[in-house]
Design a protein around this ligand. Sequence first.
Ligand code: PRT
Ligand code: ZN
Length: 299
Amino acid sequence: MQTNTRLRIAIQKKGRLFSDSMELLNHCGIKVRLGSNALFCHSENFALDFLLVRDDDIPTLVMDEVCDLGIVGENVLLEKALQQRSKHEEEQYEHVCKLGFGHCRLAIAVPHECDFKGIQSLAGLRIATSYPQLLTQFLNEHKIKAQVLGLSGSVEIAPRLGMAEAICDLVSTGRTLEENGLVSVADVIQSEAVLIRSKKRLDAEMQVLYELLLQRIQGVMQAQESKYIMFHAPKVALEKIKQLLPGAEQLTLLPLEDCEDKVAVHVVSPEEVFWNTLERLKAAGASSILVLPIEKMLQ
Ligand code: PRT
Ligand code: ZN
């Protein structure tokens, strides 16, 4: 059970962020056995407890220090932060890092047939949304006077029901907008899942745990983005090859048997390696080029 030397993280119980959140922690080597309807569970091999909740509750659980950490979409977090600000309350959380999943955008959309001539056309319209704070901020920034209609769900059908002339909702593939005869006309924010922590000062033991967890999370994320590249190259081409691998770590050079003028090169690239990079490496003299995924990374 919970002791004061265990960290507690709030995670979405079901929905779009659940499996990616669990997968991230799984890649961090943190094992957890989930009961079918459990709200609370703990890892057996890392001092981390999980609170499984609706995503909307995660910012509050972290701000109220019920949980030390939380994984939540920036859309939910920023809406909550604006809500707090409007009540002159302080935001009691710290944004730790983006997590590279749950990508979407909060967009304003209007029916296809609408005669839309730039965002000023939104003036005077009723816009249905589950994100009234973010939408209001956007409208104020653009000096647009429109009516914000707060709805908790099924925002995309509001125009067809005659409740609103436009909507402001999350979009990822754009299929929902298309199915409802809507077209997006402006982006309010871009969003992805983020790790947040409470502003509570952790005691020394908890701080060590937190840093260990953060180091693993960052290691997993770096590894996901990075690639291990191996190839053979003429020694005279090494300078040029280095320039083709921007951001790459120092090249590791290994001798090749019976080959004086060539070396084997191993290098970690911090970003995705595209075909055109490989083609340029080949044109510069590299051969036997291999690109491998990296599973773990600790720097
Ligand atoms: O039950 P709970 O409250 O926890 O879940 P929820 O229903 O509020 O949220 P959920 O699981 O749908 O989404 C959780 C988080 O995933 C969101 O807060 C975002 O940060 C992120 N996310 C990423 C999305 C989407 N993509 C997304 N496409 N959240 C919702 N959608 C919805 C959108 O509202 C619209 O209905 O998907 C539809 C549009 O998708 P496309 O692909 O058709 O464009
Ligand atoms: Zn929700």
